[in-house]
Design a protein around this ligand. Structure first.
Ligand SMILES: *[C@@H]1O[C@H](CO)[C@@H](O)[C@H](O)[C@H]1NC(C)=O
Ligand SMILES: *[C@@H]1O[C@H](CO)[C@@H](O)[C@H](O)[C@H]1NC(C)=O
Ligand SMILES: *[C@@H]1O[C@H](CO)[C@@H](O)[C@H](O)[C@H]1NC(C)=O
Ligand SMILES: *[C@@H]1O[C@H](CO)[C@@H](O)[C@H](O)[C@H]1NC(C)=O
Ligand SMILES: *[C@@H]1O[C@H](CO)[C@@H](O)[C@H](O)[C@H]1NC(C)=O
Ligand SMILES: *[C@@H]1O[C@H](CO)[C@@H](O)[C@H](O)[C@H]1NC(C)=O
Ligand SMILES: *[C@@H]1O[C@H](CO)[C@@H](O)[C@H](O)[C@H]1NC(C)=O
Ligand SMILES: *[C@@H]1O[C@H](CO)[C@@H](O)[C@H](O)[C@H]1NC(C)=O
Ligand SMILES: CC(=O)N[C@H]1CO[C@H](CO)[C@@H](O)[C@@H]1O
Length: 683
């Protein structure tokens, strides 16, 4: 890199090292050997040593979030302002003082406060840095230019707990596996709806369907909910009343990327299935780093995801309004650059401090994982500066996208999850679709036809948990369904549909073996342990209803996934947390009628229910509900427990629904009146 050679000639830096004798410990060590050619760094080359200080309160985040989110906390509902959250996670004064003292005692007085409170920096000759950190620095020749680094370095033992990492240092780990790039992925992610197939040819998938006897006494709008879910069916299932409010603070947010809605489609849906929403009703669109919407009905970007999210939200909350965050630029820059991350651009845009925030050894964008802006390399790329803290986040946000957790490095996922915790502290509720292929990820994920994991002696038999569902600060929403002889008065089952059979019956869309395993996503994270609010639910499930398949307990670095023939991590955070209907939604995409399935439907439905409850609380002079999991796990009686169905895949039976929480449908579906009563009784 240029600066290295420039600085190497600068001899004005006198070596000032007077190292105090202290006990040193290895702080970071490279796990895999460097394959690039390298030479020892010139001892007089001046290098910028940057010390990332431990955000010492990271581990207190959980407790702080419980203080404002747990129903038995005296501070329930007393969410923090953004500035309070930032201050709470800045390094502690004693951390800054201890590291400064060490540098001063070692002879470095020229300490630079760097970028934000999280860093201290000193420019020093390599030879001094090598003695300070008891290491050897090398210059590596990589395809992306020359880079300095070391194989391991040491810190005084009393400082190890104050310092996250030092750079240049041990190179940050690369993604474990590069995803298999598929055109429609990760767009339309965790809850990509089942495809209805080409336009104009949709035939009746239930030629022999007869109205079940129990449906005869129901209003016409509720007579065929078992084969065609509509907003009326959803309102009847969960006892959701007609909305009473439209206020400025409770707009509902939807995250979209690549996929974009078409006004013509949503108007057709309102006309046929939600006539109480006026024609031309349209969401506010926030363009994040070049995202655009709407598109013409025939656009390849109109894949149904955005249409459906918007249709479900408006039909349940109108006259309340909807805000769409359309994230990342075009044309499909993310696929061209092969990036695997998808929430970073969004989180940057709603919290400026996140852009350069350091946690778990990562600062800002991760090269090779996140989109970077300005996007000068792609035709039509967003040429503006990265948007940092440009937009305010709505109280409720629903994300119907996701990907395999193990396709992202653990530290990357931890840093994003930590940011979601901060959103909870500020009173936001974040919902995510839990995935659509049962215990697997998308077909093709991790190089596997079914989207299952291999390793430690197994081949495609290990369950593949979803991200961000595994983050314990998010509410993961699974999907449920009715069967053809059910009415809205019957209990729902886990969403499980043999889409190959369905597509054969309708004769309009493709078939494949993985499509036979379309089912609500659920399981156990390989990166996160069960949070305290969930611990009893998870251990209760595992002890009362041992899944009939072997398990493993994941190690600290998640390298033993699949060990001893195990197929799931019995020590992981379980998901989903809750569920809602996700099957047989008849709607229009590209102006053409089709039937859609997926947890993509469930997340906006649950988000809409919470939006309505926030409105009632607003009207009662109360704040938003914020992170809902602690309340729901403490009060599972406000949900309808789902006890029929399962989510098989990866060559085994997956998990079964049971009484109480299970990794198929979580705690269950909304019972709106009970939820409202509970939340109106809380502060
Ligand atoms: C949308 O419909 C138009 C007209 O029927 C058709 O030409 C086009 O291929 C369709 N696009 C998609 C993505 O299905
Ligand atoms: C983040 O860091 C970059 C470079 O280190 C700087 O240019 C940018 O202004 C910083 N952004 C914020 C929001 O602090
Ligand atoms: C743009 O392309 C150049 C040359 O291939 C590369 O060095 C640079 O990192 C790219 N920039 C971005 C933002 O991808
Ligand atoms: C795993 O199974 C697939 C499909 O049966 C096969 O093609 C592949 O070679 C197997 N891989 C290993 C490492 O055994
Ligand atoms: C639904 O009920 C009818 C009789 O009312 C029966 O013939 C049919 O097999 C049932 N369908 C299923 C899937 O159980
Ligand atoms: C799904 O349906 C197809 C077509 O009827 C059938 O061949 C296949 O066995 C079914 N798969 C499962 C897993 O039930
Ligand atoms: C991962 O952690 C285990 C202990 O939990 C350790 O034995 C192993 O060496 C570690 N692997 C790597 C690659 O660091
Ligand atoms: C329970 O689920 C099975 C599929 O797992 C389904 O065939 C059956 O109809 C469901 N029963 C009820 C009562 O919904
Ligand atoms: C929607 C869109 O713009 N798609 C483009 C994605 O990138 C490929 C390759 O550059 C183009 O062929 C597509 O048109």
């Amino acid at each position: 890199m240029q600066w290295l050679h420039l600085l190497a000639g600068n001899l004005a830096f006198a070596s000032a090292l007077a190292l105090p004798s202290t006990h040193h410990v290895v702080h970071e060590k490279r796990r895999t050997p460097v394959l690039h050619p390298r030479v020892r760094l010139d001892p007089n080359a001046v290098i910028p040593i940057r010390i990332a200080l431990k955000q010492s309160n990271l581990e207190t985040g959980y407790d702080r979030l419980m203080e404002v989110s747990h129903p038995s906390s005296p501070s329930y509902g007393q969410h923090l302002a953004a500035e309070e959250v930032h201050a709470a996670f800045a390094p502690a004064d004693d951390t800054v003082a201890a590291v400064k003292k060490w540098l001063l005692q070692s002879g470095f007085s020229d300490i630079l406060p760097y970028e934000n409170k999280g860093w201290l920096g000193v420019d020093m000759p390599a030879k001094d840095a090598e003695r300070l950190l008891r290491t050897e620095y090398y210059e590596h020749e990589t395809p992306n230019g020359n880079k300095i680094g070391c194989d391991e370095y040491h810190l005084p033992s009393h400082l190890s707990k104050h310092i996250d990492f030092v750079k240049p240092g041990v190179k940050l780990s690369a993604p474990m596996k590069k995803r298999v790039v598929k055109r429609e992925w990760p767009h339309g992610g965790g809850g990509r709806p089942g495809r209805p197939g080409p336009p104009g040819t949709h035939s009746n998938p239930f030629p022999h369907w007869h109205m079940p006897p129990a449906a005869h006494g129901l209003p016409p709008a509720l007579q065929n909910c078992g084969v065609n879910i509509t907003p009326s069916c959803i309102k009847a299932l969960y006892d959701i009343p007609s909305p009473r409010f439209s206020d400025a603070v409770d707009r509902m947010g939807l995250f979209e990327t690549y996929d974009a809605f078409s006004q013509g489609d949503i108007d057709l849906f309102f006309q046929h299935y939600a006539p109480w929403v006026p024609q031309s009703t349209s969401p506010e669109v926030i363009s994040v780093d070049g995202g655009t919407a709407p598109v013409a009905p025939s656009s390849v970007r109109n894949g149904g995801e955005s249409d459906i999210d918007i249709e479900l939200a408006y039909s349940l909350i109108y006259p309340q309004q909807v805000t769409v965050y359309e994230v990342d630029d075009l044309p499909n820059s993310s696929e061209e650059t092969g990036i695997t991350g998808f929430l970073n651009t969004f989180l940057d845009s709603i919290d400026g401090s996140y852009c350069n925030y350091t946690a778990y050894g990562i600062t800002g964008d991760s090269p090779g994982i996140d989109a970077t802006y300005p996007d000068t390399n792609n035709t039509g790329g967003y040429q503006g500066q990265l948007q940092c803290g440009t937009y305010e986040l709505t109280r409720v946000i629903s994300i119907s996208y996701g990907e395999s957790e193990t396709e992202l490095p653990k530290a990357y996922v931890e840093r994003q999850c930590n940011e979601i915790m901060k959103l909870g502290l500020q009173g936001h509720s974040v919902f995510v679709a839990s995935g659509d292929y049962g215990v697997a990820s998308f077909p093709g994920s991790n190089g596997d036809e079914f989207g299952c994991l291999s390793g430690n002696g197994q081949n495609g038999t290990v369950y593949n948990p979803d991200y961000p569902s595994g983050c314990p600060y998010i509410t993961a929403v699974g999907a449920t369904r009715l069967y053809e002889n059910d009415t809205v008065n019957d209990p729902e089952s886990a969403m499980q549909v043999n889409l190959t059979a369905f597509n054969l019956a309708t004769g309009v869309a493709g078939t494949s073996v993985p499509l036979e395993f379309f089912a609500t996503g659920g399981g156990f994270s390989n990166y996160f342990t069960p949070p305290a609010y969930q611990a009893a639910a998870v251990s209760g499930f595992l002890s009362k209803y041992p899944p009939g398949v072997p398990s493993y307990a994941v190690n600290a670095n998640s390298t033993n996934i699949g060990a001893n023939g195990g197929v799931y991590n019995r020590a992981g955070r379980g998901y989903p947390d809750v569920s809602a209907n996700g099957a047989f939604l008849l709607t229009y995409v590209n102006s053409t009628q089709g039937t859609f399935f997926g947890t993509s439907l469930a997340s906006p439905i649950f988000g809409s229910v919470i939006t309505l409850i926030n409105e009632e609380r607003t009207a009662a002079g109360k704040g938003p509900v914020g992170f809902v999991n602690p309340v729901l796990y403490a009060h599972p009686e406000v949900l309808n427990d789902i006890t029929n169905g399962s989510n098989p895949n990866c060559g085994s039976e997956g998990f079964k629904t049971e009484v109480g929480w299970d990794p198929v449908t979580g705690l269950g579906t909304p019972n709106y009146p009970k939820m409202l009563e509970l939340w109106l009784s809380l502060k």
